[in-house]
Design a binder for this molecule. Structure first.
Ligand code: 13P
Ligand code: SF4
Length: 305
């Protein structure tokens, strides 16, 4: 079967199943192309929460499909590759977080959505890279446990010196791959380019950035900035839409190491099979689902711009 006829069959099946195809901004180009909606973690969670479709096919990683299952329990949530995990989400466990809470009983617990449902269930409020500063600022608590991403946590803390932070020592291996000396070198080669970085990058890399934001924030910045050239400090999947939406601008990946193997697992064939077989289904059992839902709902209630 050619790629084009496979794409047509996927769209036909999605129609027959009354399915919404969501794709994260790091997915393969052809998956982003065929999706109904592409977006960052926050945007896709909102879409999952408000869809009236019967089926949500989540082209992303496991924690994202879990969030959709938590927010839309009456829908069938599919993750075309069940083995698409997130190493950062696996760097923390609910038990580990419980132990940290015992050490800092006064602290509010803020957990990045890149975490399992069981970890979210031990959390006061979730955040994404798009809203983390606003979420933590909205809290009355002076003391914060921030998990699991130490880099995003330190970035948030830099805006809120009045609060005391305790960081879980997790990180995204793909973003951690980007080194400050590589960024300095590529900046020197392209002195007319702006450097956009994701807050999952190392603090030494973030110090060099002109703009720090979530993946969807990068689309907005590329479109509104008068600059013609950008160095990109996040996973390479973002280049697809950046190039498509800004044909007159140039985007240079800061390092070839900026790749998340888990985000590259889902193929068109996997997506077709998932829709055809209505599997693998992702579910979250009670009472974890309700407790994790509370943490996600609190996040979604924080006013956006
Ligand atoms: P955002 O799309 O929310 O910026 O998240 C980045 C990421 O690492 C998702 O796995
Ligand atoms: Fe996890 Fe990093 Fe991959 Fe995102 S890019 S899914 S944080 S490993």
């Amino acid at each position: 079967m050619t790629q084009d006829s496979l794409k047509q069959q996927i769209r036909q099946l999605a129609f027959e199943r009354n399915a919404l195809i969501l794709a994260h901004n790091y997915q393969r180009d052809e998956i982003q192309e065929i999706a109904d909606i592409t977006g960052d973690s926050l945007g896709l969670s909102l879409e999952a929460a408000r869809t009236e479709k019967d089926v949500i096919v989540f082209c992303g990683v496991h924690f994202m499909a879990e969030s959709a299952a938590i927010l839309a329990p009456d829908k069938t949530v599919l993750l075309p590759r069940e083995d698409a995990g997130c190493p950062m989400a696996d760097m923390i466990t609910a038990t580990g977080l419980k132990q940290m809470k015992q050490r800092f009983p006064e602290a509010a617990v803020v957990t990045y959505v890149n975490s399992t449902a069981a970890t979210k269930a031990e959390t006061d409020i979730c955040c994404t890279s798009a809203n983390a500063v606003k979420v933590v600022r909205s809290l009355e608590a002076q003391e914060i446990i921030f998990a699991p991403d130490r880099n995003l946590g330190r970035y948030v803390a830099s805006f809120l010196p009045e609060k005391t932070f305790h960081f879980w020592d997790g990180f995204c291996p793909s973003h951690e791959n980007l080194r400050a000396d590589e960024v300095r070198r590529i900046r020197a080669e392209h002195p007319d380019a702006l450097f956009m970085a994701h807050p999952e990058c190392h603090p030494e890399v973030l110090k060099l950035a002109d703009h720090i934001c979530s993946t969807s924030g990068m689309y907005a910045y590329a479109q509104t900035s008068p600059a013609k050239k950008f160095i990109i400090g996040t996973e390479m999947g973002i280049l697809y839409r950046l190039g498509k939406e800004n044909p007159d601008k140039e985007f240079i990946l800061a390092s070839p190491a900026l790749i998340c193997p888990n985000m590259k697992l889902i193929s068109l064939e996997d997506l077709y099979a998932s829709l055809a077989n209505l599997s693998p289904v992702i579910t979250v059992q009670e009472p974890i689902r309700s407790r994790a839902r509370l943490a996600l709902d609190r996040m979604l209630a924080v006013p956006r711009d």
